[in-house]
Design a protein around this ligand. Structure first.
Ligand SMILES: C[S@@+](CC[C@H](N)C(=O)[O-])C[C@H]1O[C@@H](n2cnc3c(N)ncnc32)[C@H](O)[C@@H]1O
Length: 329
């Protein structure tokens, strides 16, 4: 059992593990271990890396549960490590994405805590989504990361809600289009609109998130204008923004929708208490990177109120995401 000070010191090394994980993903190590254990020398030769530093990185990750080392300098995948294979839907692209620009922004987290403003803007000179629009490669990785993070959740959201009384679904900030694809597949009576910035629309058009029949693609700005529809889905978008900006997106939906329309915000609610929950880490990532936040149910109710909407109900899904339904106030 380590002492309290050793435990505290270990917390301070979190960056070493997350960056080491990114390195083995970038080198494609998990794919090389699919057919069984290999020596670090063979892995280094296959990835054009230097065997000694690669060994040290893999030795760090083994006790974290990613590899097993047995015999010495031979590594095998654990189930956790196997989740990083490129042929598995999993967190691979998310880990790569979050450990690049977001990681650099985090060095200035104190700035966010002192000012409430995103560290990203200070480090990169522009807001996160403006920066992504100017960096197509990172924007494409971001969209792949969103697909990876969304595994299972889009189907869960599409299954949990009855869309039968609506005709046109607008996916606001729909990105790759995986949620819209799942909703349209289950509801052949619906047509769809996918609204996003140009890189998101490009990913959706490429079919990054699945087939999108009966869909209009709109490259636009949800702070300015939202297309007309009678059911709005907004998944993992509101958490990117502070209350003022998030409220504006919801107000744009309210302006465009008919009286019987509904807004479905799909987000992970912050639970009360101090139980461990990954959403608390994502919340601080939002603080530093986009200036957004994860919210409780009461915070969503207030946000809707300010946008001319009222929270009607919260619908749980089988995934770690809820549907927060709002109607015109
Ligand atoms: C965190 S992603 C969520 C994507 C998708 N809804 C999902 O659940 O995976 C946020 C999305 O908002 C889009 N976005 C950001 N600013 C926008 C704006 N001003 N207008 C339209 N879309 C925007 C981004 O391009 C991105 O696709």
């Amino acid at each position: 059992m380590s002492s309290p000070s050793q435990q505290a010191a270990k917390l301070g090394f979190g960056f070493a593990v997350s960056q080491a994980l990114r390195v083995v993903i970038e080198l494609g190590i998990p794919d090389l271990l699919v057919s069984g254990e290999q020596s670090v020398e063979d892995l280094a030769a296959a990835t054009k890396a230097d065997a000694e530093p690669l060994y040290r990185v893999m030795r760090l990750l083994a006790p974290e549960g990613v590899f097993t080392e047995n015999p010495p300098r031979h590594f095998a995948l654990t189930e956790v490590g196997a989740a990083l294979r490129s042929d598995r839907p999993g967190p691979r692209d998310f880990i790569r994405m979050i450990n690049s620009e977001a990681y650099l922004a985090f060095e200035q987290l104190l700035h966010s805590v002192r000012t409430g403003k995103p560290a990203f803007d200070k480090v990169f000179g522009s807001p996160r989504f403006d920066w992504l629009s100017a960096h197509p490669e990172q924007a494409a990785l971001f969209q792949r990361a969103m697909v990876a993070l969304s595994q299972g959740t889009n189907e869960a959201v599409a299954d949990a809600y009855d869309f039968s009384r609506y005709t046109r679904v607008v996916d606001v900030g729909g990105g790759h289009g995986q949620l819209l694809s799942a909703i349209l597949a289950r509801n052949p009576h619906l047509s769809g609109v996918l609204l996003d910035l140009p890189p998101g629309v490009a990913a959706a058009r490429r079919g990054a998130g699945g087939d999108l029949p009966r869909t209009d693609f709109v490259a636009g700005n949800f702070f300015e204008n939202v297309p007309v529809g009678d059911i709005y889905v907004i998944k993992k978008v509101i958490h990117d923004w502070n209350d003022e900006r998030a409220g504006l997106i919801l107000r744009r939906c309210r302006e465009a929708m008919p009286a019987h329309g509904r807004v479905l915000v799909a987000e992970t609610l912050v639970p009360p208490g101090d139980e461990p929950d990954q959403i608390k880490a994502i919340d601080v990532v939002m603080l530093a990177v986009t200036g957004g936040l994860e919210r409780t149910e009461a915070q969503y109710a207030r946000l809707f109120e300010g946008a001319g909407l009222k929270l009607e109900r919260v619908i749980g899904t089988r995934a770690a995401i809820s549907i927060i339904e709002a109607a015109p106030a």
